[in-house]
Every structure is written in C-alpha cells, then in structure tokens.
Design a protein around this ligand. Structure first.
Ligand code: HEC
Ligand code: HEC
Ligand code: HEC
Ligand code: HEC
Ligand code: HEC
Ligand code: HEC
Ligand code: HEC
Ligand code: HEC
Length: 452
C-alpha cells in the first residue's frame, strides 16, 4: 500500500492516542451501508449537523475520510489559543481547515503545494493588475474578483468570527490566519475531498479561463479536450493509482500534464515542475532549470505520443513564443520605455488609452496566443491570439504612439524598432506588387471575384 495512503503522521496520531476516539467507540453513522467509526465529539457534531448541514454530511459520509474515521471534529477542532478558535456548543472549533491542518496527515502534498506558484498567488498587492483592480476598478470588485481566484488575507475579528470582507474565500494562494498559504478546497471541493473531482479539468476551470489565461477554453477546443468529453468514463478518475499510460490512456486532463504521475514522473502538487517557460510577463521568460522541467513534461506526453511528434509540437510552440516576443512584445515594450523616459507617458497609470492598449497587447492577446500554442488550441493561437496582437500593434498601438510622440520622434522610433526588422516591411513600405497580384489571382480563381 502506498505510504501516502496511510500517512505516517496519522498512524502516529493513533498510536499516541491524540485523536479523540478509539476503535470500537460507539457508532452513530452509516455510509454506503457500512458503519462508520467516529469520535464522540464527531458524533455530537453530526447530531446537529445531519439536519443543520445535510449536504455536507452526505458528501462527507461518501468520502474516503469518513471511511477512515476522520470526522467533523478531526478537521475542525481547534485549541483555545489558536488565532481562529471559536466556542461552539461546548466545543472549540475553527471554521477554516487550512493546509497546516491537512498537513498533519498529508505532509507531502502540503509541502509541494506550499513551494509552488499556487501558494504565492495571494501576493498580488503590489502588482500592476492589483492597481487596476483596487484603484482603477474598486476594492469591492477585487473582493469578489481577484481574490476569489488568488486568495484573500483572511482576517479574524475581535469577536473571533471571520471578517466577511475576507471570507468566504477558496482562492488558491489564500493567506491564512495561522500563517499557512493556500486553500486545499480550491481544487478538492468540500466535503467529499474527492481525488476524482480534482482530476477533472473543471476543477482548474474556475480560475484558468477568460481573456488573459484561457487554458480551459483552449483545452476544450484541443484534441485532448475533445477526447476527454468523449471518453471521460474511461479515465478511471476514482482509481487510487492514476499513472497515465498504465491506469488510463483515453485522454490527458490538466491534472495529467501538470500534476499526474507517468512512467517516469511522480505525481506532484507543485504545478510548476514541468514548465520550461513563464508566459505571464510582457516578454516570455525561461524558467530556471528549464530543460529538466521540459523533459519532465515530455515524459508525460511520451506515455501516448512518439518522440518526434512531441519534439514537433515543442518546436511549433517555441517558434510562436519567439514570434510574439521578437516581432511584437520587445519593440512595443521598448517604445513604451522611450515614451516614459521622455515624460510623454506616466508609465503604468492607466490614465491614457495607450496604457490600456499596451496592457491588452501583452496581458490578454499575447498570453492567449502563447497559451494556445502551448496546449494545441489553434483558435487561441491565431484568431484570439496573434491576429488580435497584430491588429492591436498596427492599428491601435502604433497610431496612438504616433499621436503622443509627434511626427519627428515617431519617425525615430520607427527607424529604430520597425525598420530593423523586415517582418514589418509590409506595414512600413507596403505590400509588394507581386504579393498583391498573387492574392488577386487566388480570389479570382476561387470565387471568380475581382479584388478591389
Ligand atoms: C447543538 C447543535 C450543534 C452542535 C453540537 C454542533 N454544531 Fe456546528 N453548527 C450548529 C449550527 C446551528 C450552526 C449554524 C450557525 C449559524 O447559523 O449561526 C453551526 C455552524 C457550524 C460551523 C460554521 C460556523 C461559521 O461560522 O460559519 C462549523 C464549522 C461547525 N458548525 C462545525 C461543528 C463541529 C466540528 C461540531 C462538533 C465539534 C459542531 N459544529 C457541533 C449546530 C451545532
Ligand atoms: C477533511 C477535513 C474536513 C472534514 C472531515 C470536515 N470538514 Fe468542514 N470544512 C473543511 C474545510 C476545508 C472547510 C472550508 C474552510 C476553509 O476553506 O478553510 C470546511 C468548512 C465547513 C463549514 C463552513 C463553511 C460553509 O460552507 O458553511 C461547515 C459548516 C462545515 N465545514 C461543517 C462540517 C461538518 C458538519 C463536518 C462533518 C460532517 C465537517 N465539516 C467535516 C474541512 C473538513
Ligand atoms: C487526521 C488525518 C487527516 C486529515 C486532518 C486530513 N486527511 Fe485527507 N486523508 C486522510 C486519510 C487517512 C486518507 C486516505 C483514505 C483512504 O485511503 O481511504 C485521506 C484521503 C484524502 C484524499 C484522497 C481522497 C480520494 O478520493 O482518494 C484527499 C484529496 C484528501 N485526503 C484531502 C484532504 C484535505 C484537503 C484535508 C484538509 C482540509 C485533509 N485531507 C485532512 C487523512 C486525513
Ligand atoms: C478567474 C480567476 C482570476 C481572476 C478573477 C484574476 N486572476 Fe490573476 N491570475 C489568474 C490565473 C489563473 C493566473 C495565472 C495565469 C497563467 O499562468 O497563465 C493569474 C495571474 C496573475 C498575475 C501574474 C502573477 C505572476 O506570477 O506573474 C497577477 C499579478 C494577477 N493575476 C493579479 C490579479 C489581479 C490583481 C486581479 C484582479 C484585478 C486578478 N489577477 C484577477 C486568475 C485570476
Ligand atoms: C491545483 C489543484 C489542487 C490543489 C490546490 C490541491 N490538490 Fe490535492 N490533488 C489534486 C489532484 C489533481 C490530485 C490527483 C493527483 C494524481 O492522481 O496524480 C490530488 C490528489 C491529492 C491527494 C491524494 C494523493 C494520493 O496519493 O492519492 C491528497 C491526499 C491531496 N491531493 C491532498 C491535498 C492537500 C492537503 C491540499 C492542500 C495543501 C491539496 N491536495 C491541494 C489537485 C489539487
Ligand atoms: C482557485 C483558483 C485556481 C485553481 C482552482 C487552479 N489554479 Fe492554477 N493558478 C492560479 C493562479 C492565480 C495562478 C498564478 C499564480 C501566480 O503566479 O502568482 C496559477 C498558476 C498555475 C500554473 C503556473 C505555475 C507556475 O509555476 O508558473 C499552472 C501550471 C497551474 N496554475 C495549473 C493548474 C491546474 C492544473 C489546476 C487544476 C488541477 C489549477 N491550476 C487550479 C489559480 C488557480
Ligand atoms: C497535453 C498536456 C497539457 C494539458 C492537457 C494541459 N496543459 Fe497546460 N501546459 C502544457 C504545456 C506543454 C505548457 C507549456 C510548458 C512550458 O512552458 O514548457 C503548459 C502551460 C500551462 C500554463 C502556464 C502558462 C504561463 O502563462 O506560463 C498554465 C497555467 C497551464 N498550462 C494550465 C493548464 C490548465 C488549467 C489546463 C486544463 C484546462 C491545462 N493546462 C491543460 C501542457 C498541458
Ligand atoms: C493520455 C494520452 C495523451 C497524452 C498524455 C498526451 N496526448 Fe496529445 N493526443 C493524444 C491523442 C489520442 C490525440 C489525438 C490524435 C488525433 O488527432 O487523432 C492527441 C493529439 C495531440 C496533438 C494534435 C493536435 C491536433 O489538433 O491535431 C498534439 C500536438 C499533441 N497531442 C501534443 C501533446 C503533447 C505536447 C503532450 C504532452 C505535453 C501530449 N500531447 C500528451 C493523447 C495524449
């Protein structure tokens, strides 16, 4: 039996008698026809909560936790001195059950998660996005928007209850009153805490979608997502061992590629271990130990694909990243820096249309293109991607720069950043005669139409 399934610390707790029940304790609940062995305190909780919160109790009863005697009190118990402890009908409980609490039994998952970018997602206070959210938009919007994905800093009020501006919240990088980071129920919805549910793409889709990181939409349009929709019931999502290529072969989900085990890779709660790029900043950045991380991802692909096929996909992906970076992102970023250096724009203040235009160029459109290329979503790579990037760059960004810079400085910028790259010639010098003729001919042959 996998050691993770019976964490050493749990066995330790049994041995030390720290848990408030012993085998053979009175039995008050049943699940799937089996009697559950739970603590006296746990029974008291159920006494009220069977009627107070029937849906939670039902989910819990069907969970693997219930079958192991891990009850309401095991998770919600608190010591009187805990920051978030609260008196509750004669018991001391905490509403929050943080990674620190889960970590008593699941140390390795908590360690991996805590070391990952997910656990850092609550640190957005000083970001440009946060300025946009808190100041340009408004804090009420950040409460129901940003921090529901990224995580709030949960505050305990003087009376021991949780500050409603910061709770409810299951943001992935939640900053908890006990100092721990993250929220395990971001993916493992309570109270089933089911591994099967977390393995589905929908578990990630609460956060990984939309104009700036449409991984869910990309997945849905990819062959992988199509196969998932067709063959979900063949994925053995509830199986304990879930090694791709061995326990299932029908399709990869987000969890397969970013977290799941393969022949050569252990499963992990650090979703960054297989990424060679970070595509989040205006100009893409290679991760530390990028080759090693890429090799780990390729090992997953190789459970189903041949090596040349996988190499081909990575070549196409890298080329698109380079196209976006060198043709659009670098010149646009350099031009913004030059305008700021001359005091023509106050960089990062969103008071001019150009700030928004540039922001969308990299933060929305440029990310979409790169994410589409990374995960085989052609519509995002092109129509929602480089198509939008080019349209923005040539018809919004450059004209707005021209207006702000004035003709002389604009010409200087064009000479420096566009004329040095022949891929912009079509714009600076116009389409060549031969090109125009070819296109006209194509439409004439195809539709018998004359192009103006
Ligand atoms: C005497 C009945 C009773 C018992 C015993 C009881 N609860 Fe509750 N519990 C309630 C009620 C009623 C509420 C709803 C509180 C409200 O609406 O103000 C509640 C709410 C809660 C909440 C949410 C509190 C919040 O602020 O959102 C948690 C967590 C909880 N109970 C856990 C437990 C645990 C764990 C036990 C066992 C140690 C337990 N309860 C025992 C009646 C009970
Ligand atoms: C495996 C640990 C675990 C067990 C077992 C558990 N809970 Fe919870 N419970 C949680 C987590 C996690 C949350 C969400 C708090 C957070 O995000 O930190 C929560 C939240 C709650 C809440 C408040 C949130 C809401 O939606 O109202 C109630 C009430 C509650 N649990 C009741 C129960 C009851 C009743 C039982 C027993 C049937 C139980 N819990 C068993 C982990 C657990
Ligand atoms: C007192 C120990 C203990 C605590 C606390 C605990 N767990 Fe567990 N958990 C277990 C054990 C034991 C199992 C394995 C059950 C089995 O193998 O049947 C398990 C299984 C799981 C699984 C796998 C479920 C599945 O469908 O296979 C998940 C996910 C999980 N726990 C998440 C959590 C989260 C999240 C928390 C905190 C909110 C938590 N656990 C708190 C002991 C604990
Ligand atoms: C729907 C969920 C969601 C909302 C709402 C959301 N974000 Fe994000 N945010 C994400 C995800 C997912 C990523 C990671 C995207 C990726 O890696 O492709 C991210 C990335 C970021 C990053 C980049 C972090 C880095 O390491 O480079 C910052 C900063 C950020 N978000 C801040 C904010 C702020 C501030 C708001 C509100 C104004 C906000 N986000 C709204 C989900 C969300
Ligand atoms: C980003 C989503 C996500 C978050 C956040 C997350 N998990 Fe998981 N968890 C998963 C997925 C997906 C699996 C299944 C992985 C697999 O089968 O390879 C899983 C599996 C597990 C298992 C079963 C491990 C086993 O060997 O079967 C446990 C236990 C668990 N998680 C605990 C936790 C705890 C504790 C936390 C909080 C620190 C947490 N998870 C946070 C997605 C998540
Ligand atoms: C509650 C929101 C939320 C959920 C659910 C969520 N994520 Fe994330 N994820 C984020 C945010 C926010 C970031 C960006 C964190 C940062 O950089 O600060 C992120 C970043 C990532 C990254 C980039 C990590 C890195 O090191 O650069 C990957 C990969 C990822 N998530 C995969 C997943 C997968 C797979 C799932 C589902 C199993 C998932 N996420 C579920 C919010 C979420
Ligand atoms: C077939 C495997 C596969 C599947 C399925 C998959 N991804 Fe990815 N994902 C990748 C690859 C490959 C990359 C790029 C890796 C690199 O940087 O080398 C990536 C990159 C990412 C990133 C990093 C983006 C950034 O801005 O740096 C996030 C976040 C992410 N994926 C989330 C998801 C989510 C959420 C899902 C499901 C909706 C998903 N992925 C499905 C393979 C996959
Ligand atoms: C569980 C098996 C499995 C895993 C793991 C997997 N794939 Fe696939 N992939 C498939 C299948 C099946 C198809 C569909 C082939 C077809 O078009 O008939 C596919 C299709 C593709 C396509 C073709 C897309 C298209 O539109 O024609 C690419 C590219 C691809 N995968 C790349 C990858 C990469 C890169 C990884 C790893 C990051 C990966 N796959 C992981 C099974 C898998």
């Amino acid at each position: 039996m996998d050691k993770r399934r019976f964490p050493v610390s749990v066995l330790g707790m049994f041995a030390a008698g720290m848990m408030a029940f012993a085998p053979g304790d009175a039995v008050a609940a049943k699940a799937k026809g089996k009697e559950l062995k739970i603590s006296k305190e746990g029974q008291a909780c159920l006494g009220c909560h069977e009627s107070q919160s029937p849906s939670f109790v039902k989910d819990w009863k069907e969970s693997r936790h219930a079958r192991q005697g891990i009850d309401c009190y095991t998770c919600h118990r608190a010591e009187p001195g805990d920051v978030d402890a609260k008196k509750h009908y004669g018991y001391t409980i905490a509403v929050l059950v943080t990674p620190k609490d889960c970590g008593k039994c699941h140390a390795s998952e908590v360690k991996e998660m805590t070391g990952s970018h997910h656990a850092k997602a609550g640190d957005i206070l000083d970001s440009l996005d946060n300025y946009l959210g808190e100041v340009v938009g408004g804090p009420e919007a950040a409460t129901v928007g940003c921090v529901q994905c990224h995580g709030s800093k949960v505050k305990v009020l003087a009376n021991g209850s949780l500050d409603p501006i910061t709770w409810p919240n299951t943001g992935i990088g939640r900053i908890n009153p006990d100092g721990s980071r993250g929220s395990c129920s971001a993916c493992h919805t309570r109270h089933s805490f089911s591994v099967a549910q977390a393995r589905q793409p929908e578990a990630c889709g609460k956060c990984h979608l939309g104009p700036d990181h449409p991984q869910m939409e990309i997945y849905n349009e990819s062959k992988h997502g199509i196969l998932y929709a067709a063959k979900k019931d063949q994925l053995n999502l509830d199986k304990r061992s879930w090694v791709v290529g061995k326990d299932y072969t029908a399709a990869p989900t987000c969890a397969t590629c970013h977290m799941g085990a393969s022949a050569g890779q252990p499963s992990t709660h650090d979703v960054g271990t297989r990424l060679s790029w970070t595509l989040r900043p205006p100009i893409s950045k290679k991760q530390e130990n990028a080759d090693q991380k890429r090799a780990a991802m390729k090992d997953v692909c190789s459970s189903c694909h041949s090596a040349p096929f996988v190499e081909g996909q990575y070549k196409q992906f890298d080329d698109l990243v380079s196209l976006y970076d060198t043709k659009f992102a670098k010149p646009a970023t350099a031009i913004m820096t030059e305008l700021a250096a001359r005091g023509l724009i106050k960089q990062v203040e969103f008071d001019k249309k150009l700030d928004w235009t540039y922001f969308e160029l990299w933060h929305h459109e440029g990310r979409r293109a790169r994410h589409g290329a990374a995960m085989s979503g052609p519509d995002y790579a092109w129509w929602h991607g480089i198509y939008d990037v080019s349209k923005n760059f040539y018809t919004e960004f450059l004209p707005e720069v021209k207006e702000i810079a004035g003709p002389a400085f604009y010409d200087e910028l064009v000479r420096k950043y566009l004329d040095t790259d022949e891929r912009h010639e079509w714009y600076t010098k116009g389409m060549s005669k031969e090109q125009l003729e070819k296109i006209k001919k194509y439409y004439q042959e195809r539709y018998g139409e004359k192009l103006q």
